[in-house]
Design a protein around this ligand. Structure first.
Ligand code: PMT
Length: 408
């Protein structure tokens, strides 16, 4: 069964090579993909590559010169679940924004009724060029979802903003999209992510297997709602979404400090990090010799960040916690909700195969202050995140408009 039907539009820029990886990610995850490339795009990556990976011929012209076959752009634009254009060049963007239509991709884009995501890619000066910014804004005002270009080295040899978003970023953003996501435009979301580390000496520490994936998927889903996201991240090998504000921390106390520093600058707080409950007071600045390691390690308790954030929250702010449990996650989640005075708890089970740490999948239960329990079955963390964010967004908007909810 197809995970979804996608049109992948490709324009003529060097970043077209990165879209090969995007296509591969989509196909590997079960999406059926029709590639529509401009003639310029086919100079960068040939038709055989697109056809081999998508399993269907790449389309480019409004009609086939040899057979005279006409490609129905309305059918292509509307009989899919979403369209993504990566890379989007300045030229195609300009033609699209002013309604010019001289190729199949433009005809499809102008007939689209499904969500359209675009990943612009160009040199940094072009990216900053006024008319290009205006075209981007114009498309955005028409409902097109812009995946902003990243900073870094460019094909020109310069460094700046203009690099196409990475394929895994684009894939995550698409997978974190679902119908019915509430609009949270400019709502400020603060999320803790990943593990913390508590050092015993210069090289040894206690931590856990959190990768930050669940938190980063939430960040993508919130961005899909138009929210502004600030991630406070413990050490992780995964790259957080580049269009979020990032604060890196190591220990739980640093994470708490970072959260306190932005007190009053958030509307929704999500504690998705796996925070160590304890630390070692007075860690050695040097590597301890094996023979000097103490037989027993004194510990001190870390602050409970999410509980602290709940004590500081105003009527209009929403605090969401997680609960990682070995047994009966919904029951434990209800307990944590009351104990820490949270608005919502997302429970997952560390014992369950496919759920919890590290993996790209999860199975969660949502427990809220009305006493309702919602189960989100095992699926990719991106899809789980979209459903969590839909739920969180609805509670937030209700709270914003109607005041706080009563504990049942
Ligand atoms: O990062 P991944 O590999 O994708 O894995 C995702 C996850 C398993 C880490 C995530 O889904 C998850 O469950 N995060 C919370 C893990 C956890 O620490 O659970 P807990 O039951 O110990 O803590 C309950 C809540 O209190 C959490 O919101 C936690 O962030 C918070 N907490 C805990 C201790 C502490 N000192 N301060 C806190 O804020």
């Amino acid at each position: 069964m197809s995970a979804g039907r996608v049109v992948l539009g490709v324009c003529g820029g060097i970043a077209a090579y990165k879209s090969v990886y995007l296509l591969r990610l989509l196909v590997q995850q079960g999406y059926s993909v029709q590639v529509i490339a401009t003639q310029e795009a086919l100079r960068f990556v040939g038709p055989v590559t697109w056809a081999a990976l998508s399993g269907r011929p790449v389309l480019s012209e409004l009609y086939d010169q040899k057979t005279g076959k006409w490609h129905n752009h309305v059918h292509l634009a509307q009989d899919v679940d979403l369209i993504v254009v990566a890379p989007l060049t300045a030229h195609t963007m300009a033609k699209w924004a002013c309604g010019l239509c001289d190729n199949l991709l433009l005809a499809v884009l102008q007939s689209a009724r499904v969500p359209v995501f675009v990943a612009p890619a160009m040199d940094s000066d072009m990216y900053a060029f006024g008319p290009n910014r205006e075209n981007m804004q114009k498309l955005e005002s028409l409902g097109v979802r812009i995946l902003p270009a990243d900073y870094g080295p460019l094909a020109s040899g310069e460094t700046g903003q203009g690099r196409m978003a990475e394929p895994d970023f684009i894939f995550d953003r698409l997978e974190c999209f679902m119908d019915g996501l509430p609009s949270l435009r400019d709502v400020r979301v603060l999320i803790t992510a990943g593990p913390t580390r508590e050092y015993l000496d210069a090289v040894r520490f206690v931590s856990n297997a959190s990768t930050g994936k669940m938190a980063f998927s939430l960040a993508h889903a919130f961005r899909n709602c138009g929210a502004r996201v600030h991630l406070i991240c413990g050490p992780t090998a995964l790259r957080p979404p580049h269009d979020c504000q990032i604060t890196w921390v190591t220990t739980a106390r640093e994470m708490e400090e970072a959260c306190k520093n932005v007190q009053g600058e958030w509307d929704i707080f999500v504690g998705a990090a796996a925070v160590s409950d304890f630390y070692f007071p007075n860690p050695s600045e040097r590597k301890l010799k094996k023979e000097h390691l103490p037989a027993a390690l004194p510990i001190a308790f870390n602050p409970d960040i999410v509980a602290y954030m709940a004590t500081q929250a105003s009527e209009k702010q929403l605090v969401v916690g997680f609960a990682l449990e070995s047994e009966n996650p919904p029951k434990q989640a209800r307990h944590k909700l009351i104990q820490k005075n949270l608005d919502l708890v997302v429970a997952n089970c560390v014992q369950e195969e496919g759920a919890g740490f590290g993996l790209h999948t999860n199975h969660v239960w949502l427990v809220d202050r009305r006493g309702s329990l919602t189960e989100i079955p095992l699926q990719s963390k991106n899809k789980v995140a979209a459903q969590i964010v839909k739920h969180v967004g609805e509670i937030y908007l209700r709270k914003l408009h109607a005041g706080s909810e009563n504990l049942s």
